[in-house]
Design a protein around this ligand. Structure first.
Ligand code: PGA
Length: 262
């Protein structure tokens, strides 16, 4: 394999944590993980907690701030929305795009998500592009077809030079918040297929550098075996990211795997 990718453990807080609660969680996480740079760590609070989170992180490079969504336009009459430039002023480095909850509850299409991916890259934000099948898709044998449509749809017109900035998150919808996790073998199978699709789009040099995270009920009890898989480069974590101890344990698992990989 080409050079091993740096693991990324990213917490997706979803619609949880007020600004003060977020600061408390960040302080707890910093306490748990200490200062290390071998594993990338990110937290994605709700918009209302970003500014206070940025202040809580001002003295450390250990954790990068992420947002959970953004609008593709730079400004304008889009009530309730937030632009890439607005996020950049709060030192946001990552932005989750196309999460299945956005696709499901807010009817986001691949074309719209693609506009956001392009706008994020133009503004030096690293997109975490989420893809994943529903249980119906999986039972119908359509997992890879659905993932391919979402992946290729989200990456239309992405400049090869910027592609390395992108992070992909494979999140089987049936595993999100349900306590059901894909087995490491099931996840690896899809991650390897995604790597192949990325190779078709960008070539193998770039595809080998793009991190593919697993998401869906990742927790301290199952992280090690998932992270040990060849094409699983970290996790996008919901439930287990809301508590400093469990999130810290996930970072620890990635650190242990980094050491094991040599
Ligand atoms: P979960 O959420 O870890 O609570 O399953 C993951 C996600 O939706 O990103």
């Amino acid at each position: 394999m080409a050079t091993k990718r740096k693991y990324l453990i990213a917490g997706n807080w979803k619609m949880n944590k007020t600004a003060p609660d977020g600061v408390e969680l960040i302080e707890g996480i910093l306490n748990e993980i200490g200062s290390q740079s071998e594993v990338g760590v990110a937290v994605c609070p709700p918009f209302t907690a970003l500014e206070s989170a940025a202040k809580a992180l001002a003295d450390t490079n250990t954790i990068t701030l992420g947002a959970q969504n953004m609008h593709p336009e730079p400004d304008g009459a889009y009530t309730g929305e937030v632009s890439a430039a607005m996020l950049r002023t709060l030192y946001v480095g990552f932005v989750i795009l196309g999460h299945s909850e956005r696709r499901q509850y807010f009817a986001e299409s691949d074309a719209f998500i693609n506009q956001k991916v392009i706008a994020a890259l133009e503004n030096n934000l690293k997109p975490i592009l989420c893809v994943g099948e529903t249980i119906e898709d999986r039972e119908a044998g359509k997992t890879l077809e659905v993932v391919e449509t979402q992946l290729k749809g989200g990456l239309v017109n992405v400049d090869k030079k910027q592609a390395e900035q992108i992070v992909i998150a494979y999140e089987p919808v049936w595993a999100i918040g349900t306590g059901k996790t894909a087995t490491p073998e099931m996840a690896q199978e899809v991650h390897a297929a995604i790597r192949k699709m990325l190779t078709d789009i960008f070539g193998s040099d770039i595809a080998d550098k793009i991190r593919i995270l697993y998401g869906g009920s990742m927790k301290p009890g199952n992280a090690a075996e998932l992270l040990a898989e060849k094409d699983i480069d970290g996790g996008l974590i919901g439930g287990a990211s809301l508590e400093a101890k469990s999130f810290g344990k996930l970072v620890e698992a990635a650190l242990a795997q980094t050491k094991a990989d040599g």
